[in-house]
Design a protein. Sequence first.
Lengths: 424, 619, 485
Amino acid sequence: MSVFSSFGSVLHSRRAKWSLAWLASCLFLTLTASFLANDLPLYAHVHGFSYFPALNPFQTLAAESDGSNPEKLTGQIDWKNKEGFTVWPLVTYSPASLDLQNTGYVSPGGQQHFKNANGSIVPMPVRYRHWLGTTQTGNDVLSGLIHGTRISLCIGILSMLIAGVIGLVTGMVSGYSGDKGLRVRSGVLILLLAGIIPAYFYAFYVRGEILIQALQNSIFLFLFQALVSCLLFFMILLLFYGLGRALSKIRLFSRYIHVPLDLLLSRITEVFAALPRLVLIITLSALARPSLINLVLIFGLTGWTDIARIVRAEMLKIRKSDYLQVAIGQGLPPRRIIFVHALPNIIQPVLVSILFGVSGVILAESALSFLGIGVPFDTVTWGSLIAAGRENFHAWWLVVFPGLAIFFTIWSLHVLADELRVIS
Amino acid sequence: MKKFIQCHSHFSFLFLGLALCLLQCKQQRNSDAAGHVSFAPVQRIPDDTKGNPAWSKVNILVCHVTAEPPTLHPTNGNSSPWQEINQYLHAFLININFRNPGLEPGILTLPVISPDGLRYTYKIRSDAQWDDGSPLTRADILFTLKASCCPLTNNPHARSYWENLLAVEADPRDTLAITLVMKSAYIQNTSILAEVPALQQTFFDPENILARYAIADFRQPSLDAAPPADLVKWAQQFNDEKYGRDPLFIRGLGPYRLTSWDAGQSLILEKKKNFWYRANDNIHWQASPDKIIFRLNRDEVSQQLEFKSQALDVSGTVTIKTLLDLRQDSVFLANYHAAVMPTYNYTYLAMNQKPDGIRRQKLFDEVRVRKAMAFLTPVDEMIRIVYKSYSPQCRRLAGPVSPLKKECDTTLALATYDLQAARRLLEEAGWKDSDHDNVRDKIIDGKRVPLTADLHIMNTTADWKDMAALIVSSCAQAGIRLNVISFDPKVFVEKARAHDFDLMLGVWGGTSHPEDYAQLWHTDSWLNNGNNYPGFGNAASDALIDSINYTLDSEARISLVRKLQKLIYDNQPMVFLYSSLRRNIIHKRFTHVELYAERPGFLLNTMQPGTRMHDEVNP
Amino acid sequence: MARYLLKRIVYFIFTLFLISLVSFAVTVCAPGDPVDRLLSSAVAGQEMSSQAAAVETQRVQLRHQLGLDLPLFYISLQSAAEPDTLHRIFPLADRNTLKALTKRCGNWEKVSDYYLGILNFQRTLALHYIRNASGEASRKQKLNDLAVLGMGLRSTPDEAVAGRSLRQITEWINTDSSLQFLSAQVAGMQRAFAGMTKEPLSMNYYCPALRFHGENQYHRWLFGSSGSGKGVLRGDFGLSYISRQPVGSYILDRLPWTVCLAFISVLLAYAISIPLAARMAKKPGGSLDHRVSAFLYLLYSMPGFWLATLLLMVFANPEVLPVFPASGVKPVAGYPPDASFFQNAWISLPYLVLPTVCYSYAFIAVLTRLLRVSLQQVSGQDYIRTARAKGLDEKTVRLKHALPNALLPAVTLFAEVFPLAIGGSVIIESIFTIPGMGSGIYQSIQSQDYPVLVCVFTLTGLMTMVGYLLTDITYAFLDPRIRYS
């Protein structure tokens, strides 16, 4: 059965519909977070001029008619106390903004305070209320939830995509070629192995300084430089491959050798699976500067072993199946066999695994926030809210709402995974 | 879907809701009377008069700790848990006077100092006895001093202090007198003996190897290059970890001995049966509880529960949050005293004023920028966030001297939060927002440098993060962008010493005896990658610090220290925030409880268990 | 069967070797200098004090003792321009600077001359500073500034910046007569610098050089050496940086609690999941199925630390239900002195209940769902229908035919237990104050106590591999198809 029709049939179930609805709304929040929760208004009309502070906080405000206020940027004005017509987003706080009048865990139903234009403290107007309470330093919980959706889901999905790709490729190569699938001439093999040394040298050792500099500057520059290094590596290997082909023309080096890919890849998978994941993550986080990309990479690079194992098992099953034998017998090229016949059947268990993996990553991220490592300083995620709420157990709003969000997300993912599995 | 919702309401949410309700209902809200605490070095907690028959009458004191010492080795250990526990196991040569700032006699009396300030003559107590019955002799004191000075002993943290000791003279006419000859007339010449445990020579050096060497021999560089074999053998045996971990090998003159150490859980100390000190006046050598158990617990929630079930008696290391949560419970208030005490510690925000321009930009090298930071740091807010309802007890500082000390210059004005003044100072210093990105910048050495700085904090408690969040948000309003990075304390200190920071939030510990300001404020301390993190100092301040260190007369010293404070105040190398408060919880069944500003804040061996009723029954 | 076992054991050894490489790589890549850490930072970096020489010898000695001045591995890939003794240069920052300089210059001798020149300059300056420690303050200021420039020279590979600093130093030396004692050293530095920068850009650096080392850190780590330790293969993992105890005994002290908890949790999980899944599969889609599934989802989505706190606040709280103690593994006063092992175990039991629940709840959730799905799949197979057609009753069909086959995927999960247990234990053990490996690991990571971490990685890897081996053998035993593939 093809992938798409199985997706279609998922939609018929009611549980699946609700879970898709939840995930879609999370996606919506991810895209529109800045417009739903922001401490600057979306539109402001002051002294005859229109501004869009949320979109452009660096626009200079025209001077007051009496020339009293010095030149200010739209991002610096206290819009809640400014006269004029303003259109606010639904939640009037951004996750990092501190509301100093409401510090110390104010509950959603509790008394909230507001500093008005005269500087006096008055009860909070309904428009600017903290609907789900605040944290220790006065951060709004609802806005943290909304912005946290983006981060938690991104970390989860991106890292599992990386893990999925690595696991898929590893599992497929290992399952398809087995120990006898890949044959190379001994000349090619010798020169390729020999070529690894100069390739590594020129691609990574010589460029070491550049890579370290890039790492300190920005992660994107580093990824770019790393990509360049990898390309260089493969080009040199390609050169040696060509030389190897030439060498294998000689009788002595023309024998075929089986490369035990399955053996090697399985052992590597086992090594990664044997290392305790959380400890590895904590160690790597302690070494690297805390940033979201690092977190995504760490989760992705340590979470692919399950997927690889599943894919390999499926691939082995499929290889022995009848229709693949027929395809091989018909003489179809291996690439076609893999992509057209094998892949659609493997995708489903992989998707199931990925969906379970995403929920695992979201929980692991909250554990890391509890331990105080991983997420950079100003970033608010579901996990960091729960971790903060644990310190003050009476601040139940810090735990219940993000907890519910996590629960619904995980439930949706599991329901989808189940539906997909039932279909297959 | 209906079925699904029903399922939820039956199981999950009901359970959750019930659990939460139970928790909320059981808490009784009480008005939180934080109580007045006088700002004095010692506070006597009034004995509880009511008593409660339900209280345990067992003479065991359980003290809560959040860290266990890495080692209890008498010379090689150096941590606050080490001091906290070893003060009951050992008798120190000189004791710190907890009640009045200063020193008091220990095994040695306070010294008679020669007029040139170089010779210190002490008298040794005659009544001290080791556990095996043998008396304390001068040989033991000689051994203790030599073991501390020996270059092969693994005590690098103390080496710079012991360098001052040139030689020891043992007067043959008076076997209880010992004279220390020091290198210079330095104010801490006596303090180096404070908290040094007396060691039994026959136990640690049975072959009496150290008697063959004089302290002057240890100072020869030839000894470093080619240490003699017998000394190496002795040092290898002496440095062995068993003297710091194994109860059988931990031996001292103190009122308690270590009977068991469960790593990661608890240490148990038991009162010695025939302790040599019988009198009442030295508080360090009392032994009221029969057993003292130090119980490790790092988790705040389970600490709260243990206090509620009265499994813990004393703590000096709970967080303010835990303390305030517990105070909400009337049952807790009926069973425990809860008090905060001032300390000699202070928290600060240091600014790197001597960056190399390559690794760290020249952001804070100008004094106007540093003064602007002082205007931008919302200290009162920070105190409120950290200490909550205890904030009135928390004293702010304007300089590096604790308000508890006489030398503190209280005329220096505290920094206020003033956004306009900060902005003005930054403009004057040349930092203007020329590219309208809300971050100021300046042309330095031909390059445009934005005023973006890294703020380093420690990752130990959440309070640091909260304080940093406040600083970040207030600086953002003035056009300074800060990146907060949190580090493990060891890495934090390494970076500070290597001057690899722009801003850092830290805390310095202090004691009551006279401070050597060179450690933190001398330029040598910056050059040698020592503790002068900001890079304060010039020739004039160095000279002033040197003269403070060699002025033995305390009255004369006070005016010099005040001068130094003014220099530091004008230079503003750090924003001095506040002096930390220690949180103490003590079970009401203990009487004769005193709290001290000096660390660790209380002496467990002086706390007498038993209620009045108990006293009446067993007089 | 024997051949299969043999093959598996050979793979086992190979993977173990790979794991040892990874563990070793962790120590090596760790930031920070272990020598500085061991000598305690009070001593680090005091170039301008009188102890400088003594401290330096101490450092060199300690480094030699720990084997840190050896190359890393049996083979090392470097550029031909770099000497094979590069690994002996400390601190690491200097090594990086020298590498960068060699890259530009291509001639190691010239770079080495320059480096020695800088060291010479710094040493003379320090000696002079110490000898005239009580000198005039403004002079000391000048010396300080020179020292700063010297440190800058040592750390920058940028020739332009170095040139500027050198010019500044020379200018000061020439204008101030009291600084003449440094003129020889400064001239030497200038000469070396000129020699280095005037060297034409050579391609020397771009030739790779493969070098072999018999004595290297990995070899010492694995096999030990005469001076220190017996090597990992004989169970000696070195000394902890913090407590200076042998790592092996440190871990062994803490291992029993973690293993005990993990073991009990796994048994509990299997004991609960198997009957529960069987019950649920009796009526797939029924109300029990739905309700338990929903509860399991809720359970799974609770973070471990939060559930631990909830359990504590409900079951260890004297105001709610004071059933279990709140922390530790034994009473405050310890075990009674003459109690037997079983008596001690009985005393510790209440302390272990809440942690076990926290360990096992996620596992129960996953296992139950897995078993249920697997049971469903198996129930649809032909042989089950055959069994029913044969006339066997439902119970026999389910328990004797369906269940054993459905258990196979659950068996694979068993091998995963150890890494999960070690990892999850970090949080649970710090909340419940259990002196197990988890809290030990967390503290070691925080204090960068790498010998302990390496031991943990290696041991966990070993135990997981043993778990895999056992699982594979069990599988082969249970499923004849695998044996003959």
